[in-house]
Ligand binder design. Sequence first.
Ligand code: ADP
Ligand code: ZN
Ligand code: ZN
Length: 735
Amino acid sequence: MPLILNIAIPSPLRRSFDYLPPVDMSANEIEQLQPGIRIKAPFGNRKMVGILLQVKQHSDISQEQLKPVSEILDETPLLSHSLFKLGLWAASYYQHPIGDALASTLPVLLRKGSSLIKNTTTCWRLTTEGKGLPNDGLKRSPKQAQLLKLLLQKNSIDREELTSEGFSVSIVNAMIDKGLVEAFTREAATAKISANNTLIAETPLPLNDEQQSAYQAVIKQKGFNRFLLEGVTGSGKTEVYLQLIAEYLQRGLQALVLVPEIGLTPQTVNRFQRRFNCQIAILHSGMTDRERLLNWQAAKDGEAHIIIGTRSAVFTPLLKPGLIIIDEEHDSSFKQQDGFRYSARDVAIKRALDEQCPIILGSATPSLETLHNVVQTRYHYLQLTQRATGAQPPTFELLDIRHQPMEEGFSPALIKAINAEVSKGNQVLVFINRRGFAPILLCHDCGHISTCQHCDARMTVHLSKQQLRCHHCDYQKPLPNTCPECNSHQLDFRGVGTERSEQVLQRLFPTVPVHRIDRDTTSRKQAMQNLIDEIHRGDACILVGTQMLAKGHHFPNVTLVAVLDADSGLFSTDFRGPERMGQLLIQVAGRAGRANKAGKVLIQTHQPDHPLIIRLFNDNYTNYAKDLLKERQTSTMPPFSHLAIIRADANQLEIAEQFLLDIKTNCNHDKEKLLGPLPAPMARRAGRFRAQLIVRSQQRNILHSLLASIIQLAEAHPSSKKVRWSVDVDPQEMF
Ligand code: ADP
Ligand code: ZN
Ligand code: ZN
């Protein structure tokens, strides 16, 4: 039997595949192949790029049935051993097909089989003649003499350094003509920081006492340590990150910073770029595949010293990992909601353990999981309680809107307050987490409500586009003039979205500019930036928008934040509803009075006596979270138990439900731990019917062994072809 290559090929199948090595390879060469290298192999009627897991002696499949691989793509693995192991760990922890999981850890171009981009730059150095030139050899060309001196010090220089030192390429060319300088290409992979270069461009702020002790707590520890840095918006968390990063850069190490999708704003990036003199690699979904690969390589080669990215950047290779930071650790965008459903935050924690480096989770509103870990003393707890600029914290006021005559969502007290601020020349932010004009189109004569024909959901009215849109499957149709049931003209728009609020505000305050910020107004490139620039000009205006307004932005002139409807999260079907609501509202509130003007937050509610509303706004997030944790303990929900959801969808609800029911019946485990099958909260979505089975256990290992047997049953089920199913470990959304 020849040696066998065991390869992880991206496919929905939860297994790896055996192949024969290329025919022209010697046994010795084959044995030398390292796990982690990419290999192209025939799969079905295509060629796929897979990753070598191991070279083995035997296969369960007879040799005649094995195919040889097509091509060995790498000599050495692209990922370090520890990162490769992290990928394997994540595949098994999240119960995701191994080939697909490993592929997800690579940039798209590498997944498709491209090679690394040869990243060379043109540089210049002195020729022998140039080096031997007597001191006064360039007396009549002072600029050239300066460059000569610089090149004697630095040996070589690239274009970027040349211009930053104040020379133009024409000077170089003149020296090339004289035979003093020659050009050569250098692989850009050499780390740029040398002893001559200072790392810090901008002077760091002197830390206040709380920042100082947070900073010290981190740097005095060695190896793997987990920290929660909890601090209200504006308390100076980012300043602590920046100074910690500086410390680790000085130790010759790299820093990886993960931010939520919505948080990677140009302002955030600028702040890092202003502070540091080193290369910063940015990784997010808005970049081209080539840009991403270049930045990925820069991180891998140690050329970039700071890596800032969204979720998938957690798998970025680092030459010298030193520090990992997860900003806004509670943000749900760290959890991938389809395909490979990993949590970048949790993978990052495992990575920090593997790489033996510290990890900092930062947030103004930490997740209950993380707070629970603090209580269990697994995490060091660091707290910033004051705003770092000395700005006063905003004041909170509940507006009881019961019995109030409402002006399309606005109470008289709120309108008065908005008026007071804008007439002082201040800016006001109105938060409503719903796009469109109105969430309901209702016929006043027959009661008909417009629903999506593909989902169990109402259609949202988008008035300016004269459309009805489903926010769940993106189905769109023209806004009708008459009721499709009874032909009546009495169609009513019920409820308020951002578009309607914008219109109302424009009518109420005709002389004040109103800017709407949501996915519909910012979809064009640059649109968001233009709005932000406009707001930063500082003139009185009203901003109305969704949670896009909540994060990452610093609006110094906003003195009033208004929350149009605080109650929706209280009645969510998702057990995380109140947690998410609290986090979002506190984040939004954090936009108020961030500079030298005091800020106020007004919250409209129909539930002014609800204990959670009172806790959140009259007390603080920490105590609110404590209350929620108690509730979770009573109901044994996470973090007091571990969950997984098996989701199944089919073209009939019965098929999906029966599939899950069969699995539950045949699974010889404690039945108590399986809840369901139940129709998903929105059973029909985009034309498919969805059911779910919830797996719960207080012990992780039991959950995982239960999942293993469930997956076996699901794969063997006769209707597994008719049903699409997936496993979600530590789900963040229950639908
Ligand atoms: P966070 O990340 O917690 O929202 P930032 O680090 O962005 O807070 O700080 C908020 C504001 O306070 C910024 O304008 C920042 O420049 C300023 N700031 C932070 N730390 C200090 C400090 N030690 N002294 C003075 N100003 C500070
Ligand atoms: Zn009707
Ligand atoms: Zn729909």
